[in-house]
Design a protein around this ligand. Structure first.
Ligand SMILES: Nc1ncnc2c1ncn2[C@@H]1O[C@H](COP(=O)(O)OP(=O)(O)OP(=O)(O)O)[C@@H](O)[C@H]1O
Ligand SMILES: [Mg+2]
Length: 261
């Protein structure tokens, strides 16, 4: 396992040891935690844990897998169970952690390996890196990345590391009364161009990345199916119908994204 996420590797097996501090700006409030990794050797590591209901864990994980296939850096990503002990960690964390345990205790949460010494990206990356990120956002229907909300870290080596894909695959799991998908790729993609693309780089730069991105989408079905199987095996009681919905919509969704690279 390198420093970043790798779709070809199984998810790290992790146990939450203690919460350290609250990150984020108010919506999901991810928590920096010390987690115990089981293999290859037992080790305590810093990870950012995002306790949240519903489909967020899958959106984040599948986006991380896809990012690794198109060569976009994302921190190593996995899932961890939120323990039921409200007084874990330092006294300063007890209020915040008690709140997390009451809402999410016993559930699995998405987590990403803490990138040491990185700061939130603030505008000095090269256009090629931004074009890649933009092409990627279009492909995963992610509208939650912009100048004001970069959802992207910059390392000490000035590498861009994309984070926060909890809104990716927008509406892919929504169905109307007749059971048909309400997912409208045309609208989604034009919104993505307005919100993200124009601010970052011109369409020309992103178009040159179409081939790379389409090659990754060829593998999308395989990767998503593999990850869903892995997760369902570990988490048979996942609430709702998300696994079934994603499996059902996947072929239509891949075709739509590929037609509009
Ligand atoms: N793996 C990571 N390594 C380093 N910092 C991280 C990592 N993941 C998240 N962060 C930091 O935590 C912040 C919040 O994380 P993220 O963007 O994933 O959550 P969010 O859904 O936007 O939450 P909120 O709405 O509460 O800000 C990021 O802007 C970043 O500064
Ligand atoms: Mg964010």
């Amino acid at each position: 396992m390198g420093r970043f996420h790798d779709a070809t590797q199984p998810l790290a097996k992790l146990t939450l040891s203690e919460p350290v501090r609250v990150m984020g700006r108010g919506e999901l409030n991810p928590i920096l935690c010390r987690l115990l990794r089981e293999a290859p050797k037992s080790a305590l590591e810093s990870w950012v844990v995002k306790p949240a209901h519903g489909t967020i864990v899958l959106r984040e994980l599948i986006a991380a897998d896809l990012a690794s296939l198109v060569g976009i850096r994302v921190p190593e990503s996995s899932v961890v169970e939120i323990p039921l002990n409200p007084s874990l960690g330092p006294a300063s964390m007890h209020d915040a952690w008690g709140h997390v345990v009451r809402r999410f205790g016993g559930q699995l949460a998405f987590c990403s390996r803490f990138v040491e010494n990185a700061c939130d990206y603030s505008g000095d990356a090269d256009d090629g890196d931004l074009a890649e990120l933009w092409a990627f956002d279009r492909g995963i229907a992610n509208f939650d990345r912009s100048d004001k909300n970069p959802n992207c870290l910059s390392t000490t080596k000035k590498e861009l590391v994309a984070i926060d894909h909890h809104l990716a695959f927008y509406k892919v799991d929504e169905i109307d009364q007749s059971g048909a998908s309400t997912f409208d790729i045309e609208t989604m993609l034009s919104e993505a161009v307005d919100d993200v693309g124009r601010r970052h780089v011109g369409a020309k730069a992103a178009a040159s990345l179409t081939e790379v991105t389409n090659a990754a989408y060829d593998k999308l079905g395989e990767v998503v199916t593999h990850r869903l199987n892995e997760l369902e095996g570990r988490w048979p009681s996942f609430p709702g119908t998300l696994f079934a919905d994603i499996r059902r919509f996947l072929p239509t969704w891949i075709a739509a994204v590929r037609r509009h690279p």
